[in-house]
Design a protein around this ligand. Structure first.
Ligand SMILES: *[C@@H]1O[C@H](CO)[C@@H](O)[C@H](O)[C@H]1NC(C)=O
Ligand SMILES: *[C@@H]1O[C@H](CO)[C@@H](O)[C@H](O)[C@H]1NC(C)=O
Ligand SMILES: *[C@@H]1O[C@H](CO)[C@@H](O)[C@H](O)[C@H]1NC(C)=O
Ligand SMILES: *[C@@H]1O[C@H](CO)[C@@H](O)[C@H](O)[C@H]1NC(C)=O
Ligand SMILES: *[C@@H]1O[C@H](CO)[C@@H](O)[C@H](O)[C@H]1NC(C)=O
Ligand SMILES: *[C@@H]1O[C@H](CO)[C@@H](O)[C@H](O)[C@H]1NC(C)=O
Length: 370
Protein backbone atom coordinates (compact mmCIF):
# COMPACT_ATOMS: atom_id res chain seq x y z
CA UNK A 1 0.00 0.00 0.00
CA UNK A 2 1.21 3.49 -0.76
CA UNK A 3 1.84 5.31 2.52
CA UNK A 4 0.92 8.60 0.91
CA UNK A 5 -2.76 7.70 1.13
CA UNK A 6 -2.53 7.36 4.90
CA UNK A 7 -1.87 11.09 5.32
CA UNK A 8 -5.22 12.62 6.29
CA UNK A 9 -6.64 14.68 3.47
CA UNK A 10 -7.19 17.83 5.57
CA UNK A 11 -3.50 18.05 6.47
CA UNK A 12 -2.61 18.22 2.77
CA UNK A 13 -5.19 20.92 2.17
CA UNK A 14 -4.11 23.06 5.09
CA UNK A 15 -0.39 22.35 4.96
CA UNK A 16 0.44 25.67 3.36
CA UNK A 17 -1.45 27.57 6.12
CA UNK A 18 0.71 26.20 8.95
CA UNK A 19 3.12 29.11 9.03
CA UNK A 20 3.03 29.44 12.83
CA UNK A 21 4.90 27.45 15.49
CA UNK A 22 2.88 24.26 15.68
CA UNK A 23 3.37 22.48 18.99
CA UNK A 24 3.07 18.80 18.29
CA UNK A 25 0.97 17.71 21.26
CA UNK A 26 -1.09 20.92 21.28
CA UNK A 27 -0.50 21.44 24.98
CA UNK A 28 -1.26 24.84 26.43
CA UNK A 29 1.72 24.64 28.75
CA UNK A 30 4.22 23.57 26.14
CA UNK A 31 3.14 26.62 24.22
CA UNK A 32 3.48 28.96 27.21
CA UNK A 33 6.93 27.52 27.83
CA UNK A 34 8.13 27.50 24.22
CA UNK A 35 10.83 29.91 25.29
CA UNK A 36 11.21 29.58 28.99
CA UNK A 37 13.74 32.40 29.21
CA UNK A 38 11.33 34.90 27.72
CA UNK A 39 7.89 33.42 28.46
CA UNK A 40 6.30 35.39 25.67
CA UNK A 41 4.07 32.84 24.00
CA UNK A 42 0.41 32.03 24.37
CA UNK A 43 -1.77 29.21 23.11
CA UNK A 44 -4.68 29.95 20.81
CA UNK A 45 -6.78 28.49 18.04
CA UNK A 46 -6.95 30.19 14.66
CA UNK A 47 -10.18 30.70 12.72
CA UNK A 48 -9.89 27.18 11.27
CA UNK A 49 -9.58 25.68 14.75
CA UNK A 50 -5.87 24.94 14.46
CA UNK A 51 -3.78 25.48 17.60
CA UNK A 52 -0.79 27.75 17.39
CA UNK A 53 1.64 29.57 19.66
CA UNK A 54 1.22 33.30 19.36
CA UNK A 55 3.61 35.89 20.77
CA UNK A 56 2.48 38.44 23.34
CA UNK A 57 2.66 42.01 22.17
CA UNK A 58 2.61 45.17 24.27
CA UNK A 59 -0.77 46.51 25.36
CA UNK A 60 -2.88 46.77 22.23
CA UNK A 61 -6.09 48.62 21.48
CA UNK A 62 -9.22 46.52 21.88
CA UNK A 63 -12.98 46.61 21.54
CA UNK A 64 -14.90 45.83 24.77
CA UNK A 65 -17.92 44.71 22.74
CA UNK A 66 -16.01 41.92 21.01
CA UNK A 67 -15.24 38.80 23.07
CA UNK A 68 -11.57 37.79 23.15
CA UNK A 69 -10.34 40.94 21.47
CA UNK A 70 -7.24 40.67 23.67
CA UNK A 71 -4.64 37.93 23.86
CA UNK A 72 -5.20 35.14 26.43
CA UNK A 73 -4.64 36.40 29.99
CA UNK A 74 -5.49 39.98 29.03
CA UNK A 75 -8.87 41.70 29.12
CA UNK A 76 -10.22 44.80 27.47
CA UNK A 77 -9.79 47.60 30.01
CA UNK A 78 -11.58 50.88 30.53
CA UNK A 79 -9.31 52.76 28.12
CA UNK A 80 -10.02 50.25 25.34
CA UNK A 81 -6.54 48.86 25.75
CA UNK A 82 -5.73 45.30 26.73
CA UNK A 83 -4.66 44.92 30.35
CA UNK A 84 -3.76 41.96 32.57
CA UNK A 85 -6.73 39.88 33.74
CA UNK A 86 -5.56 39.08 37.25
CA UNK A 87 -8.14 36.27 37.58
CA UNK A 88 -6.50 34.32 34.75
CA UNK A 89 -3.75 31.71 35.15
CA UNK A 90 -2.20 33.27 32.04
CA UNK A 91 -1.42 36.44 33.99
CA UNK A 92 1.96 34.92 34.84
CA UNK A 93 2.76 34.91 31.12
CA UNK A 94 0.77 37.87 29.81
CA UNK A 95 2.30 40.61 31.96
CA UNK A 96 5.94 39.83 31.41
CA UNK A 97 6.49 41.99 28.34
CA UNK A 98 5.79 45.18 30.23
CA UNK A 99 6.90 43.94 33.59
CA UNK A 100 10.56 43.14 34.11
CA UNK A 101 9.87 42.23 37.75
CA UNK A 102 7.57 39.36 36.83
CA UNK A 103 10.26 38.04 34.47
CA UNK A 104 12.26 37.14 37.56
CA UNK A 105 9.66 34.64 38.76
CA UNK A 106 11.28 31.23 39.14
CA UNK A 107 7.97 29.38 38.87
CA UNK A 108 4.90 29.75 36.68
CA UNK A 109 1.76 27.62 36.98
CA UNK A 110 0.37 25.02 34.57
CA UNK A 111 -2.73 26.53 32.96
CA UNK A 112 -5.73 25.06 31.14
CA UNK A 113 -7.00 26.33 27.80
CA UNK A 114 -9.71 28.47 29.42
CA UNK A 115 -7.20 30.33 31.60
CA UNK A 116 -7.95 28.36 34.78
CA UNK A 117 -5.32 26.60 36.87
CA UNK A 118 -4.48 22.93 36.31
CA UNK A 119 -5.35 20.97 39.45
CA UNK A 120 -1.88 19.50 39.98
CA UNK A 121 0.93 22.04 40.26
CA UNK A 122 4.50 20.86 40.81
CA UNK A 123 7.13 23.21 42.16
CA UNK A 124 10.86 22.98 42.73
CA UNK A 125 11.76 20.35 40.11
CA UNK A 126 12.60 16.72 40.81
CA UNK A 127 13.43 17.41 44.46
CA UNK A 128 10.35 19.57 44.93
CA UNK A 129 6.71 19.01 45.73
CA UNK A 130 3.33 18.90 44.03
CA UNK A 131 0.16 20.52 45.37
CA UNK A 132 -3.53 20.42 44.49
CA UNK A 133 -5.18 23.65 43.34
CA UNK A 134 -8.73 24.62 42.45
CA UNK A 135 -9.44 26.16 39.05
CA UNK A 136 -9.14 29.68 40.51
CA UNK A 137 -5.61 29.12 41.77
CA UNK A 138 -6.42 28.53 45.45
CA UNK A 139 -4.57 25.70 47.16
CA UNK A 140 -6.82 22.76 48.12
CA UNK A 141 -6.20 19.52 49.98
CA UNK A 142 -3.51 17.15 48.66
CA UNK A 143 0.25 17.23 48.21
CA UNK A 144 3.17 14.90 47.51
CA UNK A 145 6.91 14.99 47.07
CA UNK A 146 7.62 15.20 43.32
CA UNK A 147 9.40 11.83 43.21
CA UNK A 148 6.25 10.16 44.60
CA UNK A 149 3.70 12.12 42.58
CA UNK A 150 3.40 10.05 39.38
CA UNK A 151 -0.16 8.91 40.18
CA UNK A 152 -1.34 12.10 41.82
CA UNK A 153 -4.37 13.61 40.04
CA UNK A 154 -6.08 15.81 42.70
CA UNK A 155 -9.36 14.68 41.09
CA UNK A 156 -11.09 14.01 44.43
CA UNK A 157 -10.16 17.24 46.20
CA UNK A 158 -10.92 19.22 43.02
CA UNK A 159 -14.42 17.70 42.79
CA UNK A 160 -15.00 18.27 46.47
CA UNK A 161 -13.98 21.92 46.25
CA UNK A 162 -16.30 22.41 43.26
CA UNK A 163 -19.25 20.98 45.19
CA UNK A 164 -18.47 23.18 48.22
CA UNK A 165 -17.86 26.35 46.17
CA UNK A 166 -20.58 28.82 47.24
CA UNK A 167 -20.54 30.48 43.80
CA UNK A 168 -21.59 27.18 42.22
CA UNK A 169 -25.32 26.84 41.48
CA UNK A 170 -25.40 23.31 42.94
CA UNK A 171 -23.19 24.11 45.92
CA UNK A 172 -23.34 22.00 49.08
CA UNK A 173 -22.38 22.68 52.69
CA UNK A 174 -21.19 19.14 53.44
CA UNK A 175 -19.53 16.56 51.17
CA UNK A 176 -18.33 13.30 52.72
CA UNK A 177 -16.04 12.11 49.89
CA UNK A 178 -12.76 10.71 51.16
CA UNK A 179 -9.63 11.76 49.32
CA UNK A 180 -6.17 10.35 50.02
CA UNK A 181 -3.25 12.56 51.02
CA UNK A 182 -2.46 13.22 47.32
CA UNK A 183 -5.99 14.47 46.60
CA UNK A 184 -6.92 11.26 44.74
CA UNK A 185 -10.08 9.30 45.56
CA UNK A 186 -10.08 6.59 48.17
CA UNK A 187 -11.59 3.40 46.75
CA UNK A 188 -14.69 3.41 49.01
CA UNK A 189 -16.87 6.51 48.84
CA UNK A 190 -20.06 7.38 50.72
CA UNK A 191 -22.14 10.50 50.33
CA UNK A 192 -25.79 11.38 51.02
CA UNK A 193 -26.46 7.96 52.65
CA UNK A 194 -25.14 5.89 49.73
CA UNK A 195 -21.82 4.14 49.11
CA UNK A 196 -19.89 2.90 46.07
CA UNK A 197 -16.41 1.97 44.82
CA UNK A 198 -14.37 4.13 42.44
CA UNK A 199 -11.19 4.25 40.41
CA UNK A 200 -8.81 6.13 42.70
CA UNK A 201 -7.29 8.37 40.03
CA UNK A 202 -10.46 9.39 38.17
CA UNK A 203 -13.34 8.76 40.58
CA UNK A 204 -15.15 6.67 37.96
CA UNK A 205 -17.65 4.20 39.35
CA UNK A 206 -16.41 0.59 39.60
CA UNK A 207 -19.35 -0.93 41.51
CA UNK A 208 -23.07 -0.53 42.12
CA UNK A 209 -24.32 2.28 44.38
CA UNK A 210 -25.75 0.79 47.58
CA UNK A 211 -27.45 2.30 50.66
CA UNK A 212 -24.91 3.10 53.41
CA UNK A 213 -26.23 0.30 55.67
CA UNK A 214 -25.33 -2.24 52.94
CA UNK A 215 -21.85 -0.82 52.54
CA UNK A 216 -20.06 -3.98 53.69
CA UNK A 217 -21.33 -5.85 50.60
CA UNK A 218 -19.11 -3.71 48.39
CA UNK A 219 -15.79 -5.35 47.53
CA UNK A 220 -13.89 -2.13 48.30
CA UNK A 221 -15.34 -1.96 51.83
CA UNK A 222 -12.40 -4.11 53.00
CA UNK A 223 -10.43 -0.85 52.91
CA UNK A 224 -12.64 0.59 55.66
CA UNK A 225 -10.73 1.82 58.72
CA UNK A 226 -12.90 0.61 61.59
CA UNK A 227 -16.59 -0.16 61.30
CA UNK A 228 -17.98 3.13 60.04
CA UNK A 229 -17.32 5.41 57.10
CA UNK A 230 -16.82 8.70 58.95
CA UNK A 231 -13.39 9.10 60.55
CA UNK A 232 -12.91 10.35 64.11
CA UNK A 233 -12.50 14.02 63.16
CA UNK A 234 -15.49 13.88 60.82
CA UNK A 235 -17.68 12.26 63.47
CA UNK A 236 -16.78 14.98 65.98
CA UNK A 237 -17.30 17.73 63.39
CA UNK A 238 -20.63 16.20 62.36
CA UNK A 239 -21.78 16.00 66.00
CA UNK A 240 -20.77 19.63 66.55
CA UNK A 241 -22.80 20.67 63.51
CA UNK A 242 -25.81 18.89 65.01
CA UNK A 243 -25.31 20.49 68.46
CA UNK A 244 -25.04 23.93 66.85
CA UNK A 245 -28.29 23.29 64.94
CA UNK A 246 -30.12 22.16 68.11
CA UNK A 247 -28.85 25.15 70.11
CA UNK A 248 -29.93 27.45 67.29
CA UNK A 249 -33.49 26.10 67.51
CA UNK A 250 -33.33 26.95 71.24
CA UNK A 251 -32.27 30.51 70.45
CA UNK A 252 -28.57 30.13 71.27
CA UNK A 253 -26.82 31.93 68.44
CA UNK A 254 -23.14 31.44 69.14
CA UNK A 255 -22.53 28.36 71.30
CA UNK A 256 -19.16 28.69 72.96
CA UNK A 257 -17.68 25.34 71.93
CA UNK A 258 -14.42 24.39 70.30
CA UNK A 259 -15.01 24.08 66.57
CA UNK A 260 -12.76 21.73 64.65
CA UNK A 261 -12.24 21.38 60.94
CA UNK A 262 -11.32 18.20 59.10
CA UNK A 263 -9.22 17.62 56.01
CA UNK A 264 -10.48 15.70 52.98
CA UNK A 265 -8.75 12.50 54.13
CA UNK A 266 -10.63 12.67 57.44
CA UNK A 267 -7.63 13.91 59.42
CA UNK A 268 -7.70 17.03 61.59
CA UNK A 269 -6.72 20.43 60.30
CA UNK A 270 -5.58 22.81 59.17
CA UNK A 271 -6.72 24.57 62.32
CA UNK A 272 -9.11 24.44 65.23
CA UNK A 273 -11.19 27.32 66.60
CA UNK A 274 -11.46 28.02 70.33
CA UNK A 275 -13.37 31.09 71.45
CA UNK A 276 -11.82 33.93 69.46
CA UNK A 277 -8.53 32.18 68.59
CA UNK A 278 -7.60 30.06 65.56
CA UNK A 279 -4.77 27.60 66.17
CA UNK A 280 -2.94 25.39 63.64
CA UNK A 281 -3.11 21.67 64.47
CA UNK A 282 -1.36 18.54 63.22
CA UNK A 283 -3.17 15.74 61.33
CA UNK A 284 -3.71 14.02 64.68
CA UNK A 285 -5.06 17.15 66.39
CA UNK A 286 -1.99 18.17 68.38
CA UNK A 287 -1.95 21.92 68.88
CA UNK A 288 0.95 23.76 67.20
CA UNK A 289 2.30 27.06 68.50
CA UNK A 290 0.89 29.05 65.58
CA UNK A 291 -2.29 31.03 66.08
CA UNK A 292 -4.20 34.17 65.13
CA UNK A 293 -7.32 36.06 66.07
CA UNK A 294 -10.50 34.73 64.48
CA UNK A 295 -10.97 37.95 62.51
CA UNK A 296 -7.82 37.03 60.54
CA UNK A 297 -8.97 33.49 59.73
CA UNK A 298 -9.36 34.08 55.98
CA UNK A 299 -5.68 34.92 55.53
CA UNK A 300 -4.51 31.94 57.61
CA UNK A 301 -3.47 28.75 55.79
CA UNK A 302 -1.13 26.99 58.29
CA UNK A 303 0.91 25.74 55.29
CA UNK A 304 4.24 26.43 57.00
CA UNK A 305 3.05 24.86 60.26
CA UNK A 306 1.86 21.78 58.32
CA UNK A 307 5.17 21.43 56.46
CA UNK A 308 7.23 21.87 59.59
CA UNK A 309 5.26 19.03 61.17
CA UNK A 310 5.50 16.91 57.99
CA UNK A 311 9.29 17.30 57.70
CA UNK A 312 9.58 16.53 61.39
CA UNK A 313 7.59 13.30 60.97
CA UNK A 314 9.67 12.05 58.03
CA UNK A 315 13.00 13.17 59.51
CA UNK A 316 13.86 15.86 56.96
CA UNK A 317 15.36 19.15 58.09
CA UNK A 318 13.06 22.14 57.75
CA UNK A 319 14.88 25.44 57.25
CA UNK A 320 12.19 27.99 56.36
CA UNK A 321 10.62 30.51 58.69
CA UNK A 322 6.92 30.58 59.55
CA UNK A 323 4.86 33.61 60.55
CA UNK A 324 3.03 33.61 63.90
CA UNK A 325 -0.16 32.48 62.13
CA UNK A 326 1.51 29.40 60.60
CA UNK A 327 1.76 30.83 57.08
CA UNK A 328 5.10 31.01 55.32
CA UNK A 329 7.04 34.23 55.90
CA UNK A 330 7.41 35.69 52.36
CA UNK A 331 10.95 37.04 52.85
CA UNK A 332 13.44 34.37 53.87
CA UNK A 333 17.17 34.29 54.50
CA UNK A 334 19.53 31.33 54.51
CA UNK A 335 22.77 31.55 56.46
CA UNK A 336 25.87 29.58 55.61
CA UNK A 337 29.14 30.33 57.38
CA UNK A 338 29.62 34.09 56.92
CA UNK A 339 27.27 34.54 53.97
CA UNK A 340 23.56 35.32 53.90
CA UNK A 341 21.35 34.61 50.90
CA UNK A 342 17.87 36.09 50.77
CA UNK A 343 14.92 35.09 48.63
CA UNK A 344 11.11 35.19 48.47
CA UNK A 345 8.81 32.18 48.86
CA UNK A 346 5.17 31.75 47.87
CA UNK A 347 2.34 30.43 50.07
CA UNK A 348 3.56 26.86 49.50
CA UNK A 349 7.08 27.67 50.70
CA UNK A 350 8.42 27.44 47.15
CA UNK A 351 11.21 29.88 46.21
CA UNK A 352 9.72 32.35 43.73
CA UNK A 353 12.40 35.09 43.57
CA UNK A 354 16.10 34.52 44.14
CA UNK A 355 19.02 36.83 44.99
CA UNK A 356 16.99 39.40 46.92
CA UNK A 357 18.83 42.15 48.79
CA UNK A 358 19.34 41.00 52.40
CA UNK A 359 17.82 44.24 53.68
CA UNK A 360 14.47 43.73 51.93
CA UNK A 361 11.27 42.91 53.82
CA UNK A 362 8.12 40.82 53.40
CA UNK A 363 6.32 43.59 51.51
CA UNK A 364 8.97 43.49 48.77
CA UNK A 365 8.10 39.83 48.15
CA UNK A 366 4.36 40.37 48.14
CA UNK A 367 4.45 42.36 44.88
CA UNK A 368 5.28 39.18 42.95
CA UNK A 369 2.59 36.66 42.05
CA UNK A 370 2.38 33.66 44.37
C1 LIG B 1 14.47 32.40 23.65
O1 LIG B 1 14.77 33.67 24.16
C2 LIG B 1 16.17 33.97 24.17
C3 LIG B 1 16.38 35.31 24.88
O2 LIG B 1 15.68 36.33 24.26
C4 LIG B 1 16.68 33.99 22.72
O3 LIG B 1 18.08 34.26 22.72
C5 LIG B 1 16.41 32.63 22.09
O4 LIG B 1 16.79 32.66 20.73
C6 LIG B 1 14.94 32.24 22.20
N1 LIG B 1 14.76 30.86 21.76
C7 LIG B 1 13.79 30.49 20.93
C8 LIG B 1 13.72 29.05 20.62
O5 LIG B 1 12.99 31.29 20.46
C1 LIG C 1 -6.73 56.00 30.64
O1 LIG C 1 -6.44 57.13 29.81
C2 LIG C 1 -6.33 58.34 30.56
C3 LIG C 1 -6.16 59.48 29.58
O2 LIG C 1 -5.23 59.11 28.58
C4 LIG C 1 -5.18 58.20 31.56
O3 LIG C 1 -5.05 59.38 32.33
C5 LIG C 1 -5.40 57.03 32.48
O4 LIG C 1 -4.29 56.83 33.33
C6 LIG C 1 -5.64 55.75 31.67
N1 LIG C 1 -6.00 54.67 32.55
C7 LIG C 1 -5.45 53.47 32.48
C8 LIG C 1 -5.96 52.46 33.45
O5 LIG C 1 -4.57 53.19 31.68
C1 LIG D 1 1.80 44.45 34.81
O1 LIG D 1 3.06 45.10 34.63
C2 LIG D 1 3.04 46.49 34.91
C3 LIG D 1 4.40 47.05 34.58
O2 LIG D 1 5.38 46.60 35.45
C4 LIG D 1 2.69 46.68 36.39
O3 LIG D 1 2.63 48.05 36.70
C5 LIG D 1 1.32 46.09 36.64
O4 LIG D 1 1.02 46.15 38.01
C6 LIG D 1 1.30 44.62 36.21
N1 LIG D 1 -0.05 44.14 36.31
C7 LIG D 1 -0.41 43.21 37.16
C8 LIG D 1 -1.85 42.85 37.12
O5 LIG D 1 0.36 42.69 37.93
C1 LIG E 1 1.54 4.42 40.24
O1 LIG E 1 0.62 3.40 39.94
C2 LIG E 1 1.24 2.24 39.35
C3 LIG E 1 0.12 1.31 38.94
O2 LIG E 1 -0.80 1.13 39.97
C4 LIG E 1 2.20 1.64 40.38
O3 LIG E 1 2.82 0.52 39.82
C5 LIG E 1 3.25 2.68 40.75
O4 LIG E 1 4.09 2.19 41.76
C6 LIG E 1 2.59 3.96 41.23
N1 LIG E 1 3.61 5.00 41.39
C7 LIG E 1 3.71 5.74 42.49
C8 LIG E 1 4.82 6.75 42.50
O5 LIG E 1 2.95 5.64 43.43
C1 LIG F 1 -25.60 27.77 46.92
O1 LIG F 1 -26.54 26.97 47.64
C2 LIG F 1 -27.46 27.72 48.41
C3 LIG F 1 -28.28 26.75 49.25
O2 LIG F 1 -28.73 25.69 48.46
C4 LIG F 1 -28.31 28.56 47.47
O3 LIG F 1 -29.23 29.33 48.22
C5 LIG F 1 -27.41 29.48 46.67
O4 LIG F 1 -28.16 30.19 45.73
C6 LIG F 1 -26.33 28.66 45.94
N1 LIG F 1 -25.41 29.56 45.29
C7 LIG F 1 -25.49 29.88 43.99
C8 LIG F 1 -24.45 30.80 43.47
O5 LIG F 1 -26.35 29.42 43.25
C1 LIG G 1 22.10 46.28 54.52
O1 LIG G 1 22.00 47.26 55.54
C2 LIG G 1 23.22 47.41 56.30
C3 LIG G 1 22.94 48.39 57.46
O2 LIG G 1 22.19 49.48 57.01
C4 LIG G 1 24.31 47.92 55.36
O3 LIG G 1 25.50 48.09 56.10
C5 LIG G 1 24.52 46.95 54.25
O4 LIG G 1 25.45 47.42 53.31
C6 LIG G 1 23.20 46.65 53.53
N1 LIG G 1 23.42 45.54 52.60
C7 LIG G 1 23.05 45.59 51.34
C8 LIG G 1 23.41 44.38 50.51
O5 LIG G 1 22.46 46.53 50.84
Amino acid sequence: MNLFYLVPYFLLVYADKLDFDLVTDYSVNDCLRVNNTQKLNYFALDEDGFPYCGTYTDAAACNPDIANSCEPGLKCGTNKTCEVDITSCFKYYANVTGNSKMQKLLWTPDCQEDGSWASKQCKGGAAGRCFCYDSKGERIFGNAFADNSANMTCACSKRKSELLDPTNLHNRTYVSFHCDEQGNYEELQCDTDHCWCVDTQTGELTSKIVPENSMTYLKCSGKLQGSQYLRKCESVAFAQTKITEIMKTHGVISPNIQRISCESDGSYGPYTITNSQVTCVTRTNSVLQYQASIKDITSMDCNCAYDQDLYNRIGKSFTLECQNNGNYKPFQSAYKDETVKSFCVDKDGNKKIDNVNVNETDSYCEQFYD
